[in-house]
Design a protein around this ligand. Structure first.
Ligand SMILES: Cc1cc2nc3c(=O)[nH]c(=O)nc-3n(C[C@H](O)[C@H](O)[C@H](O)COP(=O)(O)O)c2cc1C
Length: 218
């Protein structure tokens, strides 16, 4: 194996796409695709540009819905690309070709669905929906100079209620997902992929009983 040194502008090696819904000041719901995301226990860490409408909504309302699209929802995610719910489009987004979109449900044809524990709507077409509350916020890249400082936030949210499409559940289990049925959409270097073929290799990690990971509810 021959390695060479490179300096990538982005390090998007492949993470699932989440459609975050948050409540706007006027009571409507905004949708934003996000792929800077990881999960630990019932917590999710989101990497968000500070200037996004989602960030403003999430910090103000202290809640959101994490909607997971399946890999056949690429047209809807593409319709959301380069849009923002911010009426005043930040200059760096103008430079990247973004425009203001007041009603992203209408733009995508997705259907809003009332949530139970939060005020932002869920997205009906997403097979997984998680209502969540703000748990923490950390300023990333604080050592950067000038405008770049404070540009990105790592926001922790706590999942309060999870809804899954029936066919994703593992038969015989109350609280488990069938990984063979779940097809997340993956973003790798700005391109969108699915796991359509569904072939999997044996994973030693998967020998661990899932319930052993359950943390005390707080
Ligand atoms: C597939 C995809 C993944 C994205 N991932 C992120 C991300 O991880 N973090 C982020 O800040 N923006 C990400 N974006 C860009 C945001 O969606 C963009 O900033 C958008 O304007 C946010 O909408 P809002 O301003 O209405 O909140 C992504 C966009 C797409 C299409």
């Amino acid at each position: 194996m021959v390695h060479s040194t490179i300096t990538p502008a982005i390090f998007y090696w492949g993470t699932p796409v989440v459609l975050i819904t948050t409540r706007n000041l006027d009571g409507t719901s905004n949708i934003a695709p996000n792929s800077s995301v990881f999960w630990l226990g019932n917590r999710c860490m989101l990497g968000l540009a500070e200037c996004s409408q989602t960030t403003a909504n999430l910090l103000r309302e202290k809640e959101c819905v994490l909607n997971l699209p399946s890999d056949d929802m690429i047209p809807q995610v593409n319709a959301l690309a380069r849009t923002t719910g911010s009426e005043e489009v930040p200059s760096f987004k103008i430079m990247l070709g973004y425009h203001y979109d007041k009603d992203k449900f209408r733009t995508t044809g997705l259907t809003p669905m009332k949530s139970e524990l939060v005020r932002a709507d869920r997205i009906k077409e997403c097979p997984v929906q998680m209502e969540a509350e703000l748990a923490g916020c950390y300023e990333m890249m604080s050592s950067l100079p000038g405008e770049a400082k404070g540009f990105t936030l790592a926001i922790e949210v706590k999942v309060k209620r999870t809804y899954v499409e029936e066919k994703l559940r593992l038969p015989g289990h109350e609280n488990r997902i069938n990984p063979d049925a779940w097809r997340p959409m993956i973003m790798s270097f700005q391109h969108l992929y699915g796991l359509r073929n569904g072939d999997r290799e044996t994973s030693t990690l998967a020998d661990i009983e899932e319930e052993l990971y359950r943390l005390p509810i707080d």
